[in-house]
Design a protein around this ligand. Structure first.
Ligand code: AMP
Ligand code: MG
Length: 239
């Protein structure tokens, strides 16, 4: 579906009504809903068959809006000015008076946030008076969608609208950086550790994947294709 003005207006209408729509980002397609609404956020979990204890990433357009919901620090400011909008997710402390649904961050004290780079989604966010909770638009543990057709295959008519942004530029999840304690990477992704280290002039640890599971993206069973996989394949075999 083409993204003329009327589709963005349609998406706005659905989202304001606590419905869920698929949105393009520079990483993968997201399944988006009003992050301030329990109803919308619960719909996302149920469509994805995602366990309620696995928190979602909240997407913002303006830093001023983000500051209503979470506490930023000097490291955030440095990384924001270098990499945002872009494929970098920050885990920050949530403000006590934030309007975010308690389901969006699994009732934790922290919240994962990012600023997507896709123009269609930025345009949509700029017209809303709430941020968007948007996990990848796939059933939990399956591969993340990089084309509108992937989203359609996964959810069929269960979602009302897919905003078409063509194939996503990066096709890989955002890097998740935890700024609530000593800085660490919770999930490798679109921005490399080396790039982050260069900007901050210090070494950054990738959290021990097995010792301290802070993001389910760190689990061994995640992003699985659902059919047998041949490793190191250079050419397709017959059938
Ligand atoms: P997805 O939305 O599918 O890209 O996955 C988002 C990832 O962010 C999941 O692995 C979550 O566990 C992780 N995440 C979201 N919120 C938090 C948080 N507050 N602390 C740590 N990880 C989080
Ligand atoms: Mg995902």
């Amino acid at each position: 579906m083409k993204n003329n003005h009327s589709n963005i207006e349609k998406a706005k209408k659905y989202l304001t009504n606590n419905d869920v729509v698929a949105i393009p980002t520079e990483t993968v397609y997201g399944l988006a809903g009003n992050a301030y609404s329990n109803k919308a956020v619960k719909k996302i979990f149920s469509l994805k068959k995602r366990p309620l204890k696995n928190p979602l990433i909240v997407h913002y357009y303006r830093i001023k809006d983000l500051k209503q919901d979470c506490i930023v620090n000097e490291t955030f400011n440095k990384l924001y000015s270098k990499f945002c909008p872009g494929p970098l997710t920050f885990v920050l402390n949530k403000k006590k008076n934030s309007k975010l649904s308690k389901y969006v961050n699994a009732n934790k004290k922290t919240i994962a946030v990012r600023f997507p780079k896709n123009k269609i989604t930025q345009n949509l966010l700029s017209k809303l008076n709430f941020p968007l909770a948007a996990p990848s638009a796939n059933i939990s543990t399956k591969l993340s969608p990089v084309k509108p057709e992937d989203v359609k295959d996964e959810f069929g008519n269960k979602i009302k609208l897919i905003l078409d942004g063509g194939k996503t530029k990066i096709g890989l999840e955002s890097t998740i950086v935890d700024l609530t304690e000593k800085i660490s990477i919770l999930r490798p992704g679109g921005i490399t550790i080396e790039l982050l280290e260069k900007v901050l002039h210090r070494k950054i640890k990738l959290k021990n994947l097995l010792k301290n599971i802070k993001s389910p993206g760190q689990l061994g069973f995640h992003y699985s294709p659902g059919i047998p996989v041949r490793l190191n394949a250079k050419y397709p075999k017959k059938k």
